[in-house]
Design a protein around this ligand. Structure first.
Ligand code: NAD
Length: 506
């Protein structure tokens, strides 16, 4: 029988938020769970709380009363993390501190049988560093669950540099047995999910830092245009800056200052000011009784009507259907407001290269959707004409967000950053393309995996956005990954590895 099927008893050490969730999951899957914590009262509280969860699930018909009672009986509180045990697996979920974890594993190695496998739920420490505390570092791997464990199906399985070869596969099987979805990640800063998540967060902060749009604008665009459940600023408020900012700093410094992962001075100062987010009632948004207070959305002003000319036929169709006068000739008349919808370049750059009069030009992000348009204005835009453009777009019944013009506008550059970050992960072989897409979709709730998403929008378009940002800013943060450049150039799919030298040997 395979190891994962033979596992009978798991000891969960650290019965805080994560340990409780892991214990609940394991007991529900039929494993005997020894619960231990440095604070004995935390163990009894955990046993009570998990028992109540099982009762609740039984009450809702999600498990039978008999199964709930059996699962509850499989919870075995123990007096000390170092109480004698014959367990097959230890899952450590104590506080995130390297010396604490190392000391614990060094002691555990003395009391556990030789067959016990060790797993750490660390979210940011090196699995390899933790394992050096063991006489046999081959026994330990990372098993990274997400909060709340019973509801977040993803688990990263992370071998350290010396982990025995059979262990990652065995842990993958065990995660399946627990009813969750494993992905294999490498012992690199942020592993897979937290690294991939920097794409959205760091770019949103970059946009804020450039003064292009306010947090609520960016969040609305993310929800309505990119289809995210939550925008990056709402997300940072929920996660809290005392978690997000240090995590970003640690991933960035772990990659020796790679500019694509660069943290923002905005979150540094907000963290120092205590503007942590929802849990303290003040973050990027204020909170009243825990409820986010979003600023009201500005409404389109009354404006003189001008005919609209655009380089985007779909946009003209939508405006025409809403009764807005549109021009369909090859060139705009002198009366027209010109709406340019470029991929990559700003509307101002597109106007100059097409020889169009900048004062009459506004941008519309071609990634706009049935729900929302993003309208951009540059410093030379005539404000009366921009108001007319705003009113025209609003006449379609869609919401309109007005932001400063810039390369990649808002949605395009956020998406390009999300896709490029995951392309770097694929390029460095930190995970397979399939695991990258699965992990990000399940853990971050994106509507598509980032590689599939980039493929959907078009690798050449994503590349055009990055190149435009690179040329507009000179910032090496926007250098495109080789994974993207090669696939865009060769016409290959972003989700495919393609031919490698190893393929020639098989
Ligand atoms: N909270 C999250 O969203 C999240 C997500 C993924 C991973 N993690 C990781 O999981 C681990 C636990 O996080 P948490 O949020 O559950 O923390 P927590 O503070 O809720 O719980 C930690 C528990 O560990 C106990 N503890 C501390 N030192 C101990 C020791 N030496 N021996 C035994 N018990 C000890 C504490 O008493 C506490 O009950 C951390 O490594 C964290 O990085 C957390």
């Amino acid at each position: 029988m395979q190891w994962a099927q033979r596992v009978n008893t798991v000891r969960v050490i650290g019965t805080g938020v994560m340990g409780r969730g892991i214990a609940q999951l394991a007991a529900a899957a039929g494993l005997t769970v020894e619960l231990a914590d440095a604070r004995p009262e935390a163990v009894s509280a955990a046993v009570d709380q998990i028992g109540q969860m099982f009762d609740k699930l039984a009450g809702k018909g999600r498990m039978t009363g008999a199964d709930a009672a059996a699962a509850r009986n499989r919870l075995q509180p123990v007096d000390s993390p170092l109480a004698p045990t014959g367990c097959d697996l230890v899952i450590e979920a104590v506080r995130e501190d390297l010396p604490t974890k190392r000391e614990l594993f060094a002691e555990l190695e003395k009391i556990c049988p030789a067959h016990t496998v060790f797993a750490t739920n660390t979210s940011s420490l090196s699995v390899t560093s933790i394992a050096t505390a063991l006489a046999d570092p081959g026994r330990l791997a990372g098993l990274h669950f997400f909060n709340p464990v019973p509801l977040m199906p993803l688990v990263e399985v992370i071998p350290g540099a010396r982990t025995a070869e059979w262990i990652p596969g065995a842990l993958v099987d065990l995660v399946h047995r627990l009813g969750h979805q494993p992905v294999r990640a490498t012992d690199t800063p942020g592993f897979l999910v937290n690294h991939a998540g920097r794409g959205l967060i760091t770019e949103a902060l970059q946009i804020l830092g450039e003064g292009l749009a306010a947090p609520a604008d960016v969040d609305r665009i993310c929800r309505d245009v990119l289809g995210l459940r939550m925008g990056p600023f709402e997300l940072m408020d929920l996660t809290a800056l005392d978690v997000t900012h240090p995590a970003t700093e640690s991933i960035w410094s772990g990659y020796y200052g790679d500019p694509r992962l660069r943290p923002s001075p905005i979150t540094r100062s907000r963290l120092e000011a205590g503007l942590l987010g929802r849990k303290v009632g003040e973050g990027f948004y204020p909170y009243t009784d825990g409820a986010k207070q979003e600023p009201p959305e500005p409404q389109a002003p009354q404006a003189e009507t001008h005919p609209i000319w655009s380089d985007n036929a779909e946009l003209l169709d939508a405006l025409g259907a809403a009764g807005v006068p549109v021009e369909r000739g090859d060139e705009p008349s002198e009366a027209a407001v010109i709406l340019l919808a470029p991929y990559g370049h700003s509307a101002a750059t597109a106007a100059l290269s097409a020889g169009l009069p900048p004062a009459r030009v506004c941008g519309v992000d071609p990634l706009s959707t049935e729900k929302r348009f993003t309208l951009t204005v540059h410093p030379a835009t005539d404000p009366a004409l921009a108001r007319s453009a705003w009113a025209a777009l609003a006449a379609t019944g869609r919401a309109v967000t007005v932001v400063r013009d810039g390369a990649g506008m808002i949605a395009q550059r956020l998406l390009a950053s999300i896709v490029n970050t995951s392309c770097f992960i694929a390029e460095q072989r930190l995970a397979t393309p399939g695991d990258i897409d699965t992990a990000v979709r399940l853990a971050l709730g994106y509507p598509r995996g980032p590689l599939k998403w980039g493929q959907h929008v078009g690798p050449r378009r994503v590349l055009a956005v990055l190149r435009a940002l690179q040329s507009a800013t000179g910032d090496p943060r926007y250098r495109p990954s080789r994974w993207l450049v090669e696939r865009a150039g060769l016409g290959l799919d972003l989700t495919e590895t393609g031919t490698t030298p190893q393929d020639l040997l098989s």
